[in-house]
Design a protein around this ligand. Sequence first.
Ligand SMILES: [Fe+2]
Length: 342
Amino acid sequence: MRLKSFLSIVLTLVVFSNFIFPKEVNVYTSRHYDSDIELYDKFTDLTGIEVNIISAKSKALIERIRSEGQNSPADVFITVDAGNLWKVQDLGLFQDINSKKVDETVPKSLRGKNNQWVALAKRARVIFYNPDKYSYEELKDLAYEDLSLPKWQNKLAIRSSNNLYNQSLVAGMIAKYGESYTESWAQGLVNNFARKPQGNDRGQIMAVANNEADLAIANSYYLGHMLSGKKGDTQLNAGKKVAILFPSQTKGGAHINISGGGILKFSKNYDSAIEFLEFMLSEDAQKHLVENTYEYPINKNVEPSKLMAQFGVDFKEEEINVSNFGKYNAAALKLMDRVGWQ
Ligand SMILES: [Fe+2]
């Protein structure tokens, strides 16, 4: 009888404390997708943990986390490009992610040092071409390394050097080949620009569709968005005119970057944050991600969206650790400036 009443008191306390202190996780995210919000709602339905979202540009969020210091309510930071995650770790604002599930799902090359941040989805920085102009056979061995050859003079569209995706591409080259090779490669690349760098990644794909350039370098998922039809007929029609070529298939493989996240050092909801990251890597969440953002999955049991799979699923991926993009970012920026990459 005594035990019974003791247990009922404990139970009442648990229920009561959940009511008074509802479980929550505060997510600072620079990703602007409505589909991410739907995903967070699914997490709440599944676990009862509320997700509070603060969204802004990556730079602004990092600055905010830094200035909030110990008082920061942020539990999880989500962003795109490993370069951004590296910055947060470099500032000492992440803590280790201790989760067997996360370890088992995310390959080592897609995690920060000491598992302080991990990939939640991946993307390839690929070449877009017009299949009416070039056959796949003609281009299939094309590597990033070849894009600096005089053969491609006036044929290349790529956005400006202030874009982090390009900085990470160059940083990856430095990690593989060193600065001296990368500088002469980047010089050749700049010499081959079809136009002064302008617009976003989608703009480069449009340039190929409109015949303003023969080849464009941009992130893979943009074509998925264009082909989905959700961005309007102009983009849909442009998307239909281009194809993806995965570069460097006979060399190191296509440059892979990530969307990812980490748990902040001053998180007050560590366990909920772990649950949240584990959920983001679950089959259900990964399916939702690939079908809505056209990124590639991290979870091996999930297939890419059909819109992306038509261009190939078994392409060779570059295997260098994505931390290198942050590590060599400053060197990449200086190098791009030296070669006149505007
Ligand atoms: Fe993007």
